[in-house]
Write a protein that binds this ligand. Structure first.
Ligand code: KIV
Length: 294
C-alpha cells in the first residue's frame, strides 16, 4: 500500500498536518515528486492549457486524461494520484459520471477522481462513491464553468456567493467526497469552510487556512508564459534555466562543439579497414540497388 491513501490524508487533517499537492502530467516529473515526498499529485485537466496549449480546459477528453494519468500513476510509489474528470464527462447524469470514473480508475490506475461543482453534482458523487471510487470535489472558482462567471474570478466575496461556496462544500461532503479543492476563494472564507468540514480542503488561491495546498507545477517552476496568477509563488526559475540550456545546445550544435569524443561511442569505433572497404563499395556515382544487398 502507498504511504499516502485516503485514510492517511484524513489522519493528517486530524493531526493538523498540512498536505502538499502539485499538478503533474508526466512520468519523469511525477517520479521526482514521489521521491521527495509530495503527498498527492493532481493530474488536472489544466493540462489542456499547460500541456496542450488550449485557452481553457474545456476541449480535454477522457481518453487524453487517461493517457496522462497513467503516465503519472506509473511513477508514484507513495504519492496519492488524483485524476480530473474533464468537461462533459460527468455533468450529463450519474450514470455517465460512474461509467467514466470507472474507466478512468481501471485504465489510468489512479487513486481517485476529481470533479468540479457543488450541490448540482452531488448525485454524481453519490453514484461514484457507491461504487467504491474515492471522489475529490472542487468548489469556488471552477474553471470548467468559467464562461458562466465571465472569466477566472474570485468566488465568495459577497454574502450570497460566500454562502453558496460554503453550502457547496458542505453538500459535497454530505454526498461522500473525501476531499474538496477550494479555488480562488477569499482566505477567511476558506478557513471557515475548513473548520466546518470533516473532509480535507486543498486550497489554490484560498489562503493558508486550508488543510493542504495545490499549485500547477509549471507555475511554481516559472515555466508558464506571461500571465502568472496572484496566488502563485515561483519556487525556482526553471523556465530560465531551460531556455539557457536550449540556447547553449542550439549554438553548440551549430558551431560543431557538440558532440565531442566524450559523447560518442569512440571506443567501439569501426576499424580503418572496415571503413575503407565501405568507402570503396558504396560509390555515390553508382546508383544504390537494394537487390545488391539482399
Ligand atoms: O486542473 C487543475 O489543475 C485543477 C487545479 C487548478 C486545482 O483543477
Amino acid at each position: 500500500m502507498k504511504q499516502n491513501t485516503v485514510a492517511t490524508l484524513a489522519a493528517m487533517k486530524a493531526r493538523g498536518e498540512k498536505i502538499s499537492q502539485l499538478t503533474c502530467y508526466d512520468y519523469s516529473t511525477a517520479r521526482l515528486m514521489d521521491e521527495v515526498g509530495i503527498n498527492t499529485i493532481l493530474v488536472g485537466d489544466s493540462l489542456g492549457m499547460t500541456m496542450q496549449g488550449y485557452p481553457d480546459t474545456l476541449p480535454v477528453t477522457v481518453d487524453e486524461m487517461i493517457i496522462y494519468g497513467r503516465s503519472v500513476a506509473r511513477a508514484c510509489k507513495n504519492t496519492f494520484v488524483v485524476l480530473d474528470m474533464p468537461f462533459m464527462s460527468y455533468q450529463v447524469s450519474p450514470e455517465q459520471a460512474l461509467t467514466n470514473a470507472g474507466r478512468m480508475m481501471k485504465e489510468a490506475m489512479v487513486d481517485c477522481v476529481k470533479l468540479e461543482g457543488g450541490k448540482e453534482v452531488c448525485p454524481q458523487i453519490r453514484a461514484i462513491t457507491a461504487a467504491g471510487i474515492p471522489v475529490c470535489a472542487h468548489v469556488g472558482m471552477t474553471p470548467q464553468s468559467y464562461h458562466s462567471y465571465g472569466g477566472f474570478k474570485v468566488q465568495g466575496k459577497e454574502e450570497d456567493s460566500a454562502r453558496r461556496v460554503l453550502e457547496d462544500a458542505l453538500a459535497v461532503q454530505e454526498a461522500g467526497a473525501f476531499a474538496v479543492v477550494l479555488e480562488c476563494v477569499p482566505p477567511k472564507l476558506a478557513a471557515l469552510i475548513t473548520k466546518k468540514l470533516d473532509i480535507i480542503t486543498i486550497g489554490i488561491g484560498a489562503g493558508s487556512g486550508c488543510d493542504g495546498q495545490v499549485l500547477v507545477f509549471q507555475d511554481m517552476l516559472g515555466i508558464n508564459g506571461d500571465h502568472v496568477p496572484k496566488f502563485v509563488k515561483t519556487f525556482a526559475q526553471v523556465g530560465q534555466i531551460m531556455k539557457r540550456a536550449f540556447q547553449d545546445y542550439d549554438s553548440q550544435v551549430k558551431d560543431g562543439s557538440f558532440p565531442t569524443a566524450k559523447e560518442s561511442y569512440s571506443k567501439s569505433d569501426c576499424s580503418d579497414a572496415i571503413l575503407s572497404r565501405l568507402d570503396r563499395e558504396y560509390n555515390p556515382e553508382e546508383p544504390f540497388k537494394i537487390c545488391s544487398v539482399l
